[in-house]
Design a protein around this ligand. Sequence first.
Ligand SMILES: *Cc1c(COP(=O)(O)O)cnc(C)c1O
Length: 224
Amino acid sequence: MDYDVKRHLHEVLGRLPSGVRLVAISKYHPNEYIEAAYEEGQRIFGESHEQELRHKVETLPRDISWHFIGHLQTNKVKYIAPYITMIEAVDSLKLLREIDKQAAKCERVIDVLLELHIADEETKYGLTPDDCRRLLDGGEWRSLQHVRICGLMMMASNVDDEAQLRAEFRTARLLFDELKARHFADAPWFCERSWGMSHDYPLAVEEGSTMVRVGTTIFGPRVY
Ligand SMILES: *Cc1c(COP(=O)(O)O)cnc(C)c1O
Protein backbone atom coordinates (compact mmCIF):
# COMPACT_ATOMS: atom_id res chain seq x y z
CA MET A 1 0.00 0.00 0.00
CA ASP A 2 1.74 3.16 -1.16
CA TYR A 3 -0.62 5.62 0.51
CA ASP A 4 -0.63 6.30 4.24
CA VAL A 5 -4.34 5.80 4.91
CA LYS A 6 -3.97 5.81 8.69
CA ARG A 7 -2.18 9.15 8.84
CA HIS A 8 -4.62 10.79 6.47
CA LEU A 9 -7.62 9.35 8.30
CA HIS A 10 -6.40 10.87 11.55
CA GLU A 11 -5.76 14.19 9.85
CA VAL A 12 -9.38 14.34 8.76
CA LEU A 13 -10.72 13.10 12.10
CA GLY A 14 -8.61 15.74 13.84
CA ARG A 15 -10.43 18.46 11.94
CA LEU A 16 -13.93 17.27 12.82
CA PRO A 17 -15.61 18.66 15.92
CA SER A 18 -17.30 16.11 18.15
CA GLY A 19 -20.77 15.38 16.85
CA VAL A 20 -19.72 15.42 13.21
CA ARG A 21 -19.38 11.92 11.82
CA LEU A 22 -17.08 10.74 9.08
CA VAL A 23 -18.28 8.57 6.23
CA ALA A 24 -15.07 7.30 4.65
CA ILE A 25 -15.78 7.08 0.93
CA SER A 26 -14.00 3.94 -0.20
CA LYS A 27 -15.35 3.51 -3.75
CA TYR A 28 -12.73 2.20 -6.18
CA HIS A 29 -10.31 1.51 -3.33
CA PRO A 30 -9.28 -2.04 -2.45
CA ASN A 31 -10.09 -3.84 0.77
CA GLU A 32 -6.64 -3.32 2.27
CA TYR A 33 -7.26 0.45 2.31
CA ILE A 34 -10.56 -0.05 4.08
CA GLU A 35 -8.95 -2.47 6.53
CA ALA A 36 -6.28 0.11 7.38
CA ALA A 37 -8.97 2.64 8.30
CA TYR A 38 -10.96 -0.06 10.11
CA GLU A 39 -7.92 -0.89 12.27
CA GLU A 40 -7.93 2.74 13.39
CA GLY A 41 -11.53 2.45 14.49
CA GLN A 42 -13.35 3.79 11.45
CA ARG A 43 -16.67 1.96 11.01
CA ILE A 44 -18.74 3.97 8.52
CA PHE A 45 -17.83 3.61 4.86
CA GLY A 46 -19.56 4.86 1.72
CA GLU A 47 -19.80 3.24 -1.68
CA SER A 48 -21.56 4.21 -4.88
CA HIS A 49 -21.76 1.00 -6.93
CA GLU A 50 -23.91 -1.93 -5.94
CA GLN A 51 -21.64 -4.72 -7.22
CA GLU A 52 -18.47 -3.29 -5.77
CA LEU A 53 -20.28 -2.80 -2.47
CA ARG A 54 -21.61 -6.36 -2.49
CA HIS A 55 -18.10 -7.74 -2.93
CA LYS A 56 -16.78 -5.61 -0.08
CA VAL A 57 -19.63 -6.52 2.25
CA GLU A 58 -18.93 -10.19 1.68
CA THR A 59 -15.21 -9.90 2.37
CA LEU A 60 -14.88 -7.25 5.09
CA PRO A 61 -15.80 -7.21 8.81
CA ARG A 62 -19.47 -7.52 9.68
CA ASP A 63 -19.63 -4.53 11.96
CA ILE A 64 -18.99 -1.99 9.21
CA SER A 65 -21.89 0.39 8.55
CA TRP A 66 -22.27 0.92 4.82
CA HIS A 67 -23.77 4.05 3.31
CA PHE A 68 -24.88 4.02 -0.30
CA ILE A 69 -23.92 7.44 -1.66
CA GLY A 70 -24.35 7.07 -5.42
CA HIS A 71 -27.26 7.32 -7.77
CA LEU A 72 -29.34 4.22 -7.07
CA GLN A 73 -31.43 2.59 -9.76
CA THR A 74 -34.68 1.15 -8.48
CA ASN A 75 -33.83 -2.31 -9.81
CA LYS A 76 -30.71 -2.39 -7.59
CA VAL A 77 -32.46 -1.61 -4.32
CA LYS A 78 -33.29 -5.26 -3.60
CA TYR A 79 -29.61 -6.19 -3.54
CA ILE A 80 -28.59 -3.69 -0.87
CA ALA A 81 -31.80 -3.67 1.20
CA PRO A 82 -30.77 -6.59 3.46
CA TYR A 83 -27.72 -4.87 4.90
CA ILE A 84 -27.40 -1.18 3.95
CA THR A 85 -27.26 1.22 6.92
CA MET A 86 -28.19 4.37 5.06
CA ILE A 87 -29.14 5.29 1.51
CA GLU A 88 -27.93 8.85 1.15
CA ALA A 89 -29.07 9.84 -2.30
CA VAL A 90 -32.83 9.46 -2.59
CA ASP A 91 -33.91 11.67 -5.44
CA SER A 92 -37.45 10.55 -6.26
CA LEU A 93 -40.64 9.31 -4.67
CA LYS A 94 -40.39 6.27 -6.92
CA LEU A 95 -37.05 5.31 -5.37
CA LEU A 96 -38.40 5.95 -1.88
CA ARG A 97 -41.33 3.61 -2.57
CA GLU A 98 -39.02 0.89 -3.84
CA ILE A 99 -36.75 1.18 -0.80
CA ASP A 100 -39.83 0.87 1.40
CA LYS A 101 -41.01 -2.21 -0.48
CA GLN A 102 -37.65 -3.98 -0.32
CA ALA A 103 -37.06 -3.01 3.30
CA ALA A 104 -40.47 -4.47 4.18
CA LYS A 105 -39.45 -7.79 2.62
CA CYS A 106 -36.35 -7.79 4.83
CA GLU A 107 -38.41 -6.72 7.85
CA ARG A 108 -36.19 -3.68 8.23
CA VAL A 109 -36.54 0.07 8.38
CA ILE A 110 -33.94 1.73 6.17
CA ASP A 111 -32.61 5.19 6.97
CA VAL A 112 -32.42 7.52 4.00
CA LEU A 113 -31.47 11.08 3.15
CA LEU A 114 -33.03 13.20 0.43
CA GLU A 115 -30.43 14.32 -2.07
CA LEU A 116 -30.62 18.03 -2.64
CA HIS A 117 -29.41 19.58 -5.88
CA ILE A 118 -28.05 23.09 -5.46
CA ALA A 119 -24.71 23.04 -7.29
CA ASP A 120 -24.67 24.58 -10.73
CA GLU A 121 -23.31 21.45 -12.42
CA GLU A 122 -26.03 20.11 -14.69
CA THR A 123 -25.01 16.47 -14.59
CA LYS A 124 -25.64 15.95 -10.90
CA TYR A 125 -28.70 14.12 -9.67
CA GLY A 126 -30.88 15.31 -6.88
CA LEU A 127 -33.99 17.21 -5.94
CA THR A 128 -34.25 20.98 -6.19
CA PRO A 129 -35.47 22.71 -3.04
CA ASP A 130 -38.94 22.91 -4.61
CA ASP A 131 -38.86 19.20 -5.52
CA CYS A 132 -38.06 18.46 -1.87
CA ARG A 133 -40.93 20.61 -0.66
CA ARG A 134 -43.33 19.00 -3.11
CA LEU A 135 -42.26 15.48 -2.19
CA LEU A 136 -42.76 16.12 1.51
CA ASP A 137 -45.93 18.22 1.13
CA GLY A 138 -47.38 15.34 -0.90
CA GLY A 139 -47.45 13.31 2.28
CA GLU A 140 -47.31 9.83 0.74
CA TRP A 141 -43.94 9.24 2.39
CA ARG A 142 -45.70 9.23 5.75
CA SER A 143 -47.38 5.96 4.85
CA LEU A 144 -44.06 4.27 4.02
CA GLN A 145 -43.42 2.35 7.23
CA HIS A 146 -40.06 0.89 6.23
CA VAL A 147 -38.12 4.03 5.38
CA ARG A 148 -37.09 6.71 7.77
CA ILE A 149 -36.10 10.10 6.31
CA CYS A 150 -33.18 11.29 8.44
CA GLY A 151 -32.19 14.51 6.71
CA LEU A 152 -30.57 15.95 3.61
CA MET A 153 -27.50 15.16 1.55
CA MET A 154 -25.92 17.52 -0.93
CA MET A 155 -22.80 17.95 -3.05
CA ALA A 156 -21.56 21.49 -3.44
CA SER A 157 -20.17 22.73 -6.74
CA ASN A 158 -16.70 21.58 -7.60
CA VAL A 159 -15.13 25.03 -7.23
CA ASP A 160 -12.59 26.70 -4.95
CA ASP A 161 -14.67 29.84 -4.47
CA GLU A 162 -15.27 29.86 -0.74
CA ALA A 163 -18.13 32.35 -0.95
CA GLN A 164 -19.99 30.19 -3.43
CA LEU A 165 -19.45 27.04 -1.39
CA ARG A 166 -20.67 28.73 1.78
CA ALA A 167 -23.71 30.09 -0.04
CA GLU A 168 -24.61 26.59 -1.23
CA PHE A 169 -24.16 25.04 2.21
CA ARG A 170 -26.28 27.82 3.71
CA THR A 171 -29.05 27.26 1.19
CA ALA A 172 -29.04 23.58 2.18
CA ARG A 173 -29.04 24.45 5.88
CA LEU A 174 -31.97 26.84 5.50
CA LEU A 175 -33.97 24.24 3.62
CA PHE A 176 -33.14 21.65 6.27
CA ASP A 177 -34.43 23.99 8.99
CA GLU A 178 -37.57 24.75 7.00
CA LEU A 179 -38.37 21.07 6.38
CA LYS A 180 -37.56 20.18 9.96
CA ALA A 181 -40.03 22.75 11.26
CA ARG A 182 -42.70 21.88 8.72
CA HIS A 183 -42.60 18.09 8.66
CA PHE A 184 -40.22 16.69 11.26
CA ALA A 185 -40.62 18.83 14.37
CA ASP A 186 -41.49 15.71 16.35
CA ALA A 187 -38.95 13.47 14.63
CA PRO A 188 -35.59 13.59 16.40
CA TRP A 189 -34.11 11.25 13.78
CA PHE A 190 -34.45 13.99 11.16
CA CYS A 191 -31.12 15.51 12.15
CA GLU A 192 -28.54 14.70 9.48
CA ARG A 193 -26.94 17.21 7.14
CA SER A 194 -24.58 15.27 4.93
CA TRP A 195 -22.31 17.76 3.23
CA GLY A 196 -18.58 18.16 2.83
CA MET A 197 -16.15 16.19 0.64
CA SER A 198 -12.37 16.24 0.34
CA HIS A 199 -12.17 19.69 -1.17
CA ASP A 200 -14.69 21.45 1.06
CA TYR A 201 -15.35 19.53 4.27
CA PRO A 202 -13.81 22.07 6.69
CA LEU A 203 -16.14 24.73 5.25
CA ALA A 204 -19.08 22.33 5.27
CA VAL A 205 -18.52 21.68 8.97
CA GLU A 206 -18.51 25.41 9.66
CA GLU A 207 -21.80 25.57 7.80
CA GLY A 208 -23.59 22.98 9.86
CA SER A 209 -22.70 19.59 8.43
CA THR A 210 -23.31 16.64 10.75
CA MET A 211 -21.78 14.04 8.45
CA VAL A 212 -18.93 14.54 5.99
CA ARG A 213 -18.21 12.19 3.09
CA VAL A 214 -14.48 12.21 2.51
CA GLY A 215 -12.72 9.89 0.07
CA THR A 216 -9.64 11.19 -1.74
CA THR A 217 -8.09 12.90 1.28
CA ILE A 218 -8.18 9.64 3.25
CA PHE A 219 -7.47 7.04 0.60
CA GLY A 220 -5.62 8.97 -2.11
CA PRO A 221 -6.63 9.38 -5.73
CA ARG A 222 -9.04 6.81 -7.12
CA VAL A 223 -7.90 4.55 -9.93
CA TYR A 224 -10.91 4.03 -12.18
C1 LIG B 1 -17.06 10.18 -4.41
C2 LIG B 1 -18.02 10.92 -3.54
C3 LIG B 1 -17.59 11.60 -2.39
C4 LIG B 1 -16.14 11.69 -1.95
O1 LIG B 1 -15.44 12.57 -2.78
P1 LIG B 1 -13.90 12.96 -2.48
O2 LIG B 1 -13.71 14.19 -3.29
O3 LIG B 1 -13.07 11.82 -2.92
O4 LIG B 1 -13.78 13.22 -1.02
C5 LIG B 1 -18.56 12.20 -1.60
N1 LIG B 1 -19.86 12.16 -1.92
C6 LIG B 1 -20.31 11.55 -3.03
C7 LIG B 1 -21.76 11.54 -3.31
C8 LIG B 1 -19.41 10.91 -3.87
O5 LIG B 1 -19.87 10.30 -4.97
